[in-house]
Design a protein around this ligand. Structure first.
Ligand code: FES
Length: 103
């Protein structure tokens, strides 16, 4: 029996945690903020199913770029993005699709 839980997620973003770890963060003013944290701040979302969008740190996605973090927009899984360390937050957010509107 599979139980179903309601979630407020209207979209999701996967961020490689191992890439972030290799960069020792890599983002923010001091270059020590992980991309997942930066995105959550920029999008104003928290962890868990009650936020509007899921921003989830995942294990290695098998791409392993140098000086970049692999990010996958759940709405456009056919194109993976390699976000260079120190990239501008607004620029990164602009690459993500808008969350689906609530019917
Ligand atoms: S370490 Fe990030 S994709 Fe492998």
């Amino acid at each position: 029996m599979i139980r179903v839980l309601a979630s407020r997620w209207q979209g999701s973003v996967l961020v490689c945690g191992k890439c972030s770890k290799k960069l020792d963060g890599g983002f923010g003013e001091k270059g020590r903020t992980p991309l997942v944290k930066l995105l959550r701040q920029a999008l104003g979302v928290k962890k868990g199913r009650k936020s509007d969008r899921g921003v989830v740190e995942v294990k290695c996605l098998g791409v392993c770029p140098k000086n970049a973090v692999v990010m996958v927009d759940g709405a456009r899984p056919e194109r993976w993005m390699l976000v260079p360390a120190g990239a501008d937050t607004e620029e990164v957010v602009a690459t993500l699709s808008e969350p689906a509107s609530v019917p």
